[in-house]
Design a protein around this ligand. Structure first.
Ligand SMILES: NC(=O)c1ccc[n+]([C@@H]2O[C@H](COP(=O)([O-])OP(=O)(O)OC[C@H]3O[C@@H](n4cnc5c(N)ncnc54)[C@H](O)[C@@H]3O)[C@@H](O)[C@H]2O)c1
Length: 261
């Protein structure tokens, strides 16, 4: 589908990092962009900078997602493109030794469940709502395409490191549901792909000390540097425009295969 001023796109997590660069790239192509994000201050500022509209939304909360879809559709028209970038991470092993008592404690449920709620259930809520809306639209390409959905997993979906049990499980879930959802929606002309980023220079990694950043970069075969959010955005836009890409998971990682730690 050609990206242009006749297209409305929703970008979750579009206030920052990979989603921020993608909302910017879409807006630069003339697309009407709705940013769904929890961070109101960053979302309002980024939307103003790139000419998008901001909707406060917790992707892990069904009512919040439904309200944001309704508001964005009323303002910008029905979306043809949804890019799911909202996500969180934690670093916890499956068990830990209490420093004072020496007792082995299991991973707490609350933080595990929160990561699954935002990364996996949040992506599911965004896809299911978007798909229902897109299925009611008329096709807009000669192939009969109605819409396209791009998700963000991580290379941790396949090579999760020590301390990534919750994060890797959530991203593995996003990877695993890509093909069945693409199959569910094939007859409606709606494509679904998932990007698996390696290490990207977003606020998260950008705040690392220089030495730690260099060590990370040295672990990437080629090019040995952090990815730029604009490189992720360029792939997301390409997926939107290349109709043969469907049901696929694409790594963008400079050939990195992560070590256990
Ligand atoms: N940066 C990397 O190296 C990297 C690598 C692999 C995967 N990823 C994935 O890419 C996605 C974007 O990451 P990023 O590095 O740009 O991070 P980021 O923190 O810069 O951006 C994430 C955005 O999501 C928003 N968000 C968080 N929880 C939310 C919720 N419940 N509802 C709505 N919005 C919410 C945040 O406010 C933020 O604006 C994430 O899913 C992350 O897991 C990032």
């Amino acid at each position: 589908m050609k990206l242009g001023s006749d297209i409305t796109a929703i970008v979750s997590g579009g206030a920052s990092g990979l989603g921020g660069a993608t909302s910017e790239a879409l807006a630069a192509r003339g697309v009407k962009v709705a940013i769904f994000d929890l961070n109101e201050a960053a979302g309002v500022a980024h939307a103003a900078k790139i000419g998008a509209k901001f909707y406060k939304c917790d992707v892990g909360n069904e009512a919040s997602v439904d309200a944001a879809f309704a508001a964005a559709r009323a303002d910008l028209g029905a979306e043809r493109v949804v890019i799911n970038c909202a996500g969180i991470g934690i670093a916890k092993r499956i068990t830990r030794k209490d420093k004072e008592t020496g007792k082995i404690e299991p991973h707490d449920l609350a933080s595990y469940a929160r990561v699954i709620q935002v990364n996996l259930i949040g992506t599911f809520l965004m896809i299911s709502r978007a798909a229902a809306g897109m299925q009611a639209l008329v096709p807009i390409t000669a192939d009969g395409e109605r819409g396209v959905i791009v998700n963000t997993a991580s290379i941790a979906a396949t090579d999760g490191q020590i301390g990534q049990v919750a994060y890797a499980a959530s991203k593995g879930g996003v990877l695993g549901m890509t093909l069945p959802i693409a199959r569910d929606l094939a007859q409606s002309g709606i494509r679904v792909c998932t990007i698996l980023p390696g290490l990207f220079q977003t606020p998260l990694l950008g705040s690392l000390p220089e030495e730690a950043r260099r060590a990370l970069e040295a672990s990437i075969p080629f090019p040995s540097r952090l990815g730029q959010p604009s490189e992720y955005a360029s792939l997301a836009c390409h997926i939107c425009e290349n109709s043969m890409l469907n049901g696929e998971a694409i790594r963008i990682d400079g050939s990195l295969r992560m070590a256990p730690r």
